[in-house]
Design a protein around this ligand. Structure first.
Ligand SMILES: Nc1ncnc2c1ncn2[C@@H]1O[C@H](COP(=O)(O)OP(=O)(O)O)[C@@H](O)[C@H]1O
Ligand SMILES: Cc1ncc(COP(=O)(O)OP(=O)(O)O)c(N)n1
Length: 285
């Protein structure tokens, strides 16, 4: 069975962070493992508290699963402190993790900082250069580049500039840009591509970035080629947003179960792909 590791914070509200990642891994037929970086007291209204874990203990969690179970792909989410980033970078290098999806989480929807400002430089200089792909949203790309991004052309330019910082591939997520379409820009170091989806009019978007990056990690863990993996992750997040759940009083979570509920073309396509691959895996055993 494909194995994926999420290195991220806990969201007590269940919509983002480790919880979103593990639900996504499960939905996509991947064995999910976790290394917790921080525990947040959080709900649909925002983040009420943050408790960081010691960097050595983050490292120990990664070492435990890497040395025994093995990791086909990993992702990072909330990393909180510069020392935690350093511990993660050292572990990724030691365990030779090639498929590393870096979601450079900085600020939660309600405005709480999930990465201290002093850590941004460490993320840029140490984590980006070992990323197989980095997936900033527009505010995160702006923070990495220290420049404004207001148009799709700006996004294309930003993707190339972030690639120049050392990441092998870049996806700039367009959820924060106004317009009828939610456009993501993909840059693989050579070609720029666009992924389009109709913008869904909903306030239930808590955890969109985590869900997208974990779906991408799951497909990479399954050995799917990069561009196809991104396309499938986009299908997954679009369905999850369309099926978003009105829980709580703020931004409700996306619905990881939506693909099963909808039984539409997207569902059939994704479960169809997965079914084929599962047969292949079983056949090879
Ligand atoms: N309202 C929406 N309708 C459709 N897709 C969306 C919407 N909001 C975000 N997305 C998509 O969800 C994914 C996550 O993007 P984004 O919300 O920008 O990330 P983050 O949660 O990190 O801010 C992207 O693929 C983006 O295009
Ligand atoms: C513990 C934790 N990790 C990450 C986030 C950010 O998640 P994201 O998917 O970017 O969604 P929003 O917070 O922007 O809704 C988080 N909130 N908590």
């Amino acid at each position: 069975m494909p194995r994926a590791l999420t290195i991220a914070g806990s969201d007590s509200g269940g919509g983002a962070g480790i919880q979103a990642d593990l639900k996504t891994f499960q939905m996509l037929g991947v064995f999910g493992m976790s290394a917790l970086t921080a525990v947040t007291a959080q709900n649909t209204m925002g983040v009420q508290g943050i408790h960081d874990l010691p960097p050595d203990f983050v490292r120990q969690q990664i070492d435990s699963v890497a040395s025994d179970i093995g990791i086909d792909a990993a992702k990072t989410g909330m990393l909180s402190q510069p020392e935690i980033i350093e511990a993660v970078v050292a572990a990724m290098k030691e365990h030779h993790i090639e498929k590393l999806v870096v979601d450079p989480v900085m600020v939660a929807k309600g405005g709480a900082r999930l990465l201290v400002p002093a850590a941004e430089r460490v993320l840029r200089e140490q984590l980006l250069p070992i990323a197989y792909v980095v997936t900033p949203n527009i505010p995160e790309a702006e923070a990495l580049l220290l420049r404004r991004i207001e148009t799709v052309d700006d996004m294309r330019d930003a993707a190339k500039r972030i690639c120049d910082m050392g990441a092998q591939r870049v996806i700039i997520k367009g959820g924060h840009l106004p317009g009828g379409s939610s456009i993501d820009i993909l840059y693989d170091g050579t070609n720029v591509d666009e992924l389009h989806a109709d913008r869904i009019d909903t306030k239930n978007t808590h955890g969109t970035g985590c869900t997208f990056s974990s779906a991408l990690t799951a497909w990479l863990a399954r050995g799917v080629e990069f561009t196809m993996a991104v396309g499938r992750a986009k299908q997954f997040i679009t369905a999850a947003i369309a099926g978003g759940i009105s829980l709580g009083h703020g931004h409700g979570p996306t619905n990881h179960w939506a693909l099963m509920e909808q039984q539409d073309t997207v569902t059939k396509q994704i479960w169809g792909h997965m079914d084929g691959e599962l047969h292949e895996v079983n056949g090879n055993q």
